[in-house]
Design a binder for this molecule. Structure first.
Ligand code: FES
Length: 171
């Protein structure tokens, strides 16, 4: 994921502040990463590198620890966050088909965000509406019985409610 203009500086300043107010030792690695994610919404690569540097660890080791916990995200959240339920009930009636449809339409993989930061795509566990399976949660709004045609409809309505442009399309 490419950083936006000025974003790297913002990231490094935020990490500086968090490190300054934290006790820097390996026992504190997870709470520090949590604080960074709370502040920035995800764990960008420059943040992981800076934390590794401060802790005297290899960046790859910090990355390894972070990827072990599924609470951490490595892509910025999209303006519209699309969460596809992969609980058992949704999975068996087409959750993966819904996920693949969104991935294909948005040209990203699960867990990623479009380069324009407009859409993020992630999998979630059962959201408690199994009778509506397969379920997708778009910006906290539940969408049930999500077939590939519904995927197109959901994306069209998001575009219509936004600036009317398709992802990556310019006037
Ligand atoms: S499994 Fe998807 S809502 Fe329960």
């Amino acid at each position: 994921m490419n950083l936006l203009e000025g974003e790297r500086e913002e990231i490094l300043n935020s990490v500086d502040e968090i490190l300054t107010s934290s006790e820097i030792n390996r026992r504190n690695l997870i709470p520090i990463l949590q604080s960074i994610q709370e502040r920035l919404g995800y764990l960008p690569r420059p943040a992981l590198e800076k934390v590794a540097d401060a802790m005297g660890m290899a960046a790859v080791d910090v990355y390894g620890v972070a990827t072990f916990y599924n609470q951490f995200r490595f892509h910025p959240p999209g303006e519209h966050q699309i969460k596809v339920c992969m609980g058992t009930a949704c999975y068996i009636v087409g959750g993966q088909i819904a996920m693949d449809s969104f991935a294909r339409r948005l040209n990203i993989s699960e867990g990623e965000t479009t380069p324009d930061r407009k859409y993020g795509l992630e999998r979630v566990a059962c959201v408690g509406c199994c009778t509506m399976a397969p379920v997708v949660v778009v910006d906290e709004q539940m969408e049930g019985s999500v077939t590939p045609t519904r995927v197109d409809g959901i994306l069209l309505s998001l575009e219509a409610n936004g600036n009317g442009e398709k992802p990556g399309e310019e006037e």
